[in-house]
Ligand binder design. Sequence first.
Ligand code: ZN
Length: 523
Amino acid sequence: MKECVELVAREKLLEESQEALNARKEASLREGTNMIGSADAGIYIRSLYKRENVLYLIARTAKKKALLAIADQAVNFAFTGTSETHAGLSYQVVELTKENAPALHALFPFTKPVSLRDRRTTIGMGDRLGKATAGHIRAARKYQVAPVLAQQSIRELDFTDRDFAEVVADASFAVFEEGYEEGYGADGDHLKNFEAIDTALAEHMPMVTLDLTEVMKPDVADWAENKVEDAFNRLPDEFRDRVKRDFFDASFRCGEHTITIPTSEAKLCAVMYGPALDFSEKVNRHVKKKTNDTYDLEISIDETTTPTLPEHHVFIARELQERGVMVNSLAPRFVGEFQKAIDYIGDIDEFERQFAVHCAIAREFGGYKISVHSGSDKFSVYPAVGKHTGHRLHLKTAGTSWLESIRVIARKAPDLYRTMHTKAIQFFPEALKYYRITADIETIPAPESVPDEKLESLLEIAECRQLLHVSYGGLLSDPAVRSDFFATLHREEESYYNIIEAHFDKHISLLGVPRKKQARKAG
Ligand code: ZN
């Protein structure tokens, strides 16, 4: 890091005012350059911040990245750790760790995640590696969207050997690196119990995606009518009376759609969703209290085997409203297949018809956002999604940035790619226990038979995308892959950011989300 300190001295950066540094940042955004110096000894321009005569910045060498705090005299730095002197400057090397994140948040509050309740369009950009965020920001900052930059499920944490604190810290330092001050979200994704929720809240993640899969009783749909009847009669009186009053043979007008719930269906819904609704109510109360009412609750019912019927969506939405649950977004399960990493499978017209009804229901019952899960790479349905939500939506993507990191490997380190591909095939049967995909991986050409310059084209094959998408746990914990993979990604960081930016440009523009108006200079 000494070379980076020399760079600060040579460029006389400590003598510049914050205004002058800001002018550098604006120019770097305009011109698409992000570094002073080189990839072997460089300073990220947009990370230049001055606070009380101390200059803060993210620096990189060929091997690592760190935050530097630099002053032209001995001072007490805000981060813990020893300070050194070099090139006439006093400085501290701050590792980009979860231990150092709280001090970063205190110094630069914009690096801490916030509730995005009042933002119209939000996009979940899960970053399994904690290396893609700068690319996510570069795409998001061009459009009228708010990014959820920290987002992981417990499953992903287990597979990547990370915890929520690390996920938030990685996002926080990337936000600082990019000088992104517009606010971002952090989502504890697919949480199923209080223990997991509290772990996310402890790391100040304002978004909680409550996965109701395990408290819903989908098999009720197959019960005989008298069994449903019996179960309905055993429900608490108050709930049963309300269901009788509000839903028995009731019609609901949602925009141009009328949804009628026959009495038998109302009873079925009450039995099927009753415990899940009770649970949602408890969670909502808990999270509201713990976050002092600055939270984004997402209700997720997407991990079921059958599409969410409009009648069921109405039942759930109205009940949640009745119970005072502050739903920020809700993820129904849509018709067709939303498989990981590939485009929509199914009848696009049918999807659009049903999607429009779900949007109308959301508008009628509280105006929450419709959330589209497994949302990456569903290019053929984005125009319909954008249109019917009027961009009041949450699009959740998780693994696509991991997959794009493999594109970097295919381009820049062909042999490593072949190793990863071969190992992914070994890990595939295990990964299938956790991800529901239907890829026949036998159809993928063997990577040994593909010349270097064509390797990347494997990533256009749906089966290959899915193979690599779900095998991340095995690959990232494999000693023959892990260090090489991260070293390559560090070396090729700028290409990775560019690939991610282009990939999300495609997502956001197909949704039809408007671009941000360029800030016009005063005078
Ligand atoms: Zn989901």
